[in-house]
Design a protein around this ligand. Structure first.
Ligand SMILES: [Zn+2]
Length: 261
């Protein structure tokens, strides 16, 4: 089981060598894909992964630094199909579920793409509105959601952006998505995890570490991603301060990072 970081950046202006947020958990060749920042399909393809191996795609919220690469991702799938046909091979039938807070946005991207590419039902992308609870429990991968408050709440006062907990092969991974504060993640963090993928676009990493220490959360490994200005200024200094507080190492994501779990 591996974690692939396709893009490590928060919603900044373009920066050399870094792209907006997207990552995937790979288990037995299948990709459980989270968020779709600008460069995700290019990064995955150039690292040798067939993006048609997506089993599920989860979107934490609809901001462009998490969805800007979806059009290109679908396009690459169609292009790979066309290349297979040119070689005289029938492309694999691709079908996956995409869970998003705003399905209409994804449907719009899909409709434009299929109009342009001429593909009809390959890939078949079943877009569903993301919901509370267990989104996926199949082939040894379980994905649960937690509402967070990065986006304004709905009319019933409920958070409309999402964090995730993934359990596979006896390991637990928490992905923050974008959050208003670490309090949003408390129901998951209180139960501990082997790996926490934590955004720093809206938070100071050392302050997060201090809060987690004070609350005695059992977090095995921390991988900071969705980098904000503090991290981008001097990530070595941030890492040292975090490690002094935690008493163990932290990891800082980069585009193309691969992590064995
Ligand atoms: Zn973001």
């Amino acid at each position: 089981m591996k974690i692939h970081i396709w893009g490590c950046l928060s919603g900044t202006e373009p920066m050399p060598g870094k792209h907006h947020t997207s990552w995937a958990l790979e288990k037995e060749g299948a990709l459980y894909w989270f968020d779709g920042g600008e460069n995700c399909s290019r990064a995955a393809h150039l690292q040798g992964y067939d993006v048609r191996k997506i089993r599920k795609l989860f979107i934490s919220h609809s901001h462009a630094d998490h969805t800007g690469g979806l059009f290109n991702l679908f396009w690459v799938m169609c292009k790979l199909n066309a290349l297979d046909r040119r070689k005289g091979e029938e492309p694999p039938q691709v079908a996956f579920e995409l869970l998003a807070p705003d399905p209409e946005l994804v449907e719009l991207i899909k409709s434009q793409l299929f109009f342009l590419s001429g593909e009809k039902e390959n890939p078949r992308i079943d877009v569903r509105k993301i919901r509370e609870g267990v989104l996926c429990d199949e082939d040894g991968v379980r994905v649960e959601t937690l509402r967070n408050h990065h986006i304004e709440p709905d009319a019933r006062g409920r958070g409309t952006s999402w964090s995730f907990r993934i359990t596979a092969e006896g390991k637990t991974v928490i992905y923050s998505g974008d959050v208003r504060s670490t309090d949003d993640l408390a129901p998951f963090l209180e139960q501990g995890c082997d790996l926490l993928l934590m955004e720093t676009g809206h938070h100071s990493a050392p302050e997060l570490c201090r809060t987690w220490q004070e609350r005695n959360y059992a977090i095995g490994r921390v991988l900071f991603m969705h980098h904000g200005r503090e991290m981008l200024r001097d990530q070595g200094d941030v890492a040292r301060r975090c490690e002094a507080i935690r008493g163990k190492t932290v990891s800082i994501a980069f585009d193309g990072m691969e992590l064995e779990l």
